[in-house]
Design a protein around this ligand. Structure first.
Ligand code: MN
Ligand code: MN
Length: 374
């Protein structure tokens, strides 16, 4: 009898020991997690305090991306304006031109209207996203009050003597930087904002396939698509891409300016227009049409030279047709890409395709610096 009782107490002891250790573990976890919460709370306050430095801002803040708006520019403007509003500022997104078919697809999916057009920035409070070049920005920006620049390009010509919030990071999309800033402020975008941010990242990273895609872009896309309620981002990207390829109902001039940027190196100004097509036949056709368009667009834009990039980029295809505006522009392309590209009489055809931002602009800049105008 005695022995039996002694044996019975062992399972009880085991259960008590387990309970004590499991309980202790959870108490430890709770202490660790409340420490984390306190640290996180402090991080949020530290990040938000930068905004106090800007002091009282009179009037609304206009948040704009670049001219010839793309999906990252529009999505980032909408998202950054929403973040500024969440931080207590009077902010509104604007655009500097009509949105392209891809961006319209994203806005429709988010049930949002395109932001209103800003004609002139002079005298206004401005926050710039996805660019920092005067040539690519709003007219009158020289006479505006720039309070913030969020960008993922090289540092451009825009300068201000004021203190500002300037955040440039080499990530795949400006929208990813804005997602990180939401986190830093302890905030989350709403469903509509998350959807346009998701579209922005899909567009700039080519569905995370672009070489410049980072871990942050992947994480941002994962979290934002969850908030947006889009489970199949591949399918969403395919629809975006199909919308982008349709230049239906657009004149050649509208196509030229649909994704067009201007640059200045050593006092010499040039423009690069990008367009995407599905096959080589359309690429050649568009290259010819754009070649014919160069004389009037050089005259109307005041550029010294211009380049058109028609690219095919889907499945295993990656080809760019680089069309020079004239002999001087052809010399630049010959020097920069002559070894890898094949000239077909109109275009320098290069495989795989090259990025305007990370390949063409640096190559043209190098050439113009090495060949200053006499
Ligand atoms: Mn852009
Ligand atoms: Mn961008």
């Amino acid at each position: 009898m005695k022995g039996k009782r002694n044996w019975r107490i062992i399972p009880v002891l085991v259960i008590v020991l387990i309970a004590v250790s499991v309980g202790g573990y959870f108490v430890g976890e709770n202490i660790a997690s409340s420490r984390y919460q306190a640290q996180r709370g402090k991080d949020i306050l530290l990040n938000r305090s930068a905004w106090d430095g800007l002091g009282e801002i009179e009037g609304p803040i206009y948040v704009t991306g670049h001219k010839s708006p793309d999906s990252d520019t529009v999505g980032s403007a909408i998202a950054y304006a929403a973040l500024l509003r969440a931080l207590g500022y009077d902010a509104q997104p604007v655009v500097l031109g009509s949105v392209n078919h891809e961006t319209q697809y994203i806005l429709d999916a988010a049930k949002l209207d395109a932001p209103p057009l800003l004609e002139d920035a002079s005298g206004r409070n401005m926050a710039l996203v996805d660019h920092s070049e005067y040539l690519q920005s709003a007219d009158g920006l020289q006479d505006a009050h720039i309070i913030s620049i969020i960008d993922h390009h090289g540092d451009g010509t825009v300068q201000t003597g004021n203190q500002l919030i300037y955040d440039a990071r080499p990530l795949g999309a400006t929208a990813t930087i804005i997602w990180l800033r939401y986190r830093d402020a302890g905030l989350s975008p709403d469903q509509q904002t998350a959807l346009v941010m998701m579209g922005a990242i899909l567009s700039d990273t080519k569905n995370l396939q672009a070489e410049k895609t980072t871990f942050a872009d992947r994480e941002a896309l994962r979290e934002l698509s969850g908030i947006a309620g889009i489970s199949d981002t591949d399918a969403f990207y395919n629809e975006m891409y199909k919308a982008l390829l349709s230049y239906e109902g657009m004149t050649d001039e509208e196509i030229y300016f649909s994704d067009y940027k201007e640059y200045e190196t050593e006092g010499r100004k040039y423009g690069i227009a990008c367009m995407k097509v599905y096959d080589e036949e359309s690429a050649k056709d568009l290259a010819e049409r754009m070649k014919a368009l160069f004389p009037p667009v050089l005259a109307s834009t005041g550029m010294e030279m211009a380049f058109v990039k028609v690219s095919i980029s889907h499945d295993d295809l990656s080809i760019a047709y680089l069309v020079p505006s004239d002999d001087a522009a052809a010399e630049v392309l010959e020097a920069a890409f002559g070894e890898t590209a094949v000239f077909d009489g109109t275009s320098y055809v290069i495989t795989p395709s090259v990025s305007r931002k990370t390949v063409m602009v640096p190559a043209i800049t190098d050439y113009l610096k090495a060949h200053p105008e006499e």
